[in-house]
Design a protein. Structure first.
Length: 281
């Protein structure tokens, strides 16, 4: 009797953990399988940012003045490099959540919602799958870093991948928040054009704040700014950038990005937990 009394809570706890993590793993794996079956998504996520980096880097090279925190010989392509990596992360993580709209239309989402799993499991499964895809593609682009003078070490690679994972998780959560209430992919693309692209442009990815007061405030209030700045500092792990004004310190970047990820996760769980007649159709 005593052994049964002791082992029963342990077995129940194991079953509860399996009931939580199995849906997370299944939904994340489904995102990966779907992605590799749609190879054109790789071209879309990598091709456009790569063209931006090559063409704009060449076109704006002569007119670019390095900001105060950068070395005087920094080219525009080198300055733009972390921003393009974040752009790939943004595109991949955001577009991976379009599957929510497709799943609702095909009836898969309704089947998941009536299953005996927690909403946190549902959200984590979607977010983890999108995060893995985003980090894989951003890491492929970062391989080009030595072409612009960025040197990698084992420590810088691990730190950069960990930060990309955190930022990718936050951006995938943001995409979940946008996609969940929408009925059409056209609406998603419209929001991408009027909200997400300006968010990226005003993150210090494309240009520094300069002398504009209001533009500087917008950039500092943008949570993606700290993701771009954190990635910059980690890419120059062996050549620390100056602490001059205009580039947030690494500690602040980690704190803001972590809070951004936590807020997106909590908001996604809340949105997914709300009862909606559209999800019942």
């Amino acid at each position: 009797m005593s052994s049964a009394t002791v082992t029963t809570p342990t077995v129940i706890g194991q079953l509860e953990r399996q009931a939580f993590w199995l849906p997370v793993w299944t939904l994340a794996l489904r995102e990966l399988v779907r992605f590799f079956r749609q190879r054109t998504r790789v071209v879309g996520a990598l091709g456009q940012p790569l063209l931006f980096w090559i063409l704009l880097g060449a076109g704006l090279r002569g007119s670019f003045a390095p900001p105060a925190w950068a070395s005087r010989d920094m080219s525009y392509q080198e300055y733009f490099f972390p921003g393009v990596a974040v752009m790939i992360l943004l595109f991949t993580s955001i577009f991976s959540t379009i599957s929510i709209i497709e799943d609702r239309r095909e009836g898969f989402l309704q089947a998941v919602l009536v299953a005996p799993i927690s909403r946190l499991s549902l959200v984590l499964g979607k977010l983890c799958g999108g995060t893995v895809l985003a980090v894989l593609q951003a890491a492929l682009f970062l391989v080009l870093g030595p072409l612009v003078g960025i040197e990698f070490t084992a420590g810088s690679v691990l730190a950069t991948l960990a930060f990309l994972t955190l930022l990718g998780f936050a951006l995938t959560g943001l995409g979940f928040l946008i996609a969940w209430p929408l009925d059409s992919t056209q609406g998603f693309h419209a929001i991408m054009s009027v909200f997400l692209m300006p968010m990226w442009l005003l993150s210090g990815s494309f240009f520094p704040a300069g002398g504009s007061v209001w533009l500087g405030w917008v950039i500092w209030l943008n949570p993606l700014t700290y993701g771009v700045a954190g990635l910059r500092r980690l890419l120059y792990w062996n050549q620390p950038l100056s602490d001059a004004a205009g580039l947030p310190p690494l500690g602040l970047c980690l704190v803001v990005t972590s809070l951004f990820a936590a807020a997106c996760l909590a908001s996604s769980v809340w949105v997914a937990s709300r009862r909606n007649l559209r999800d019942a159709r």
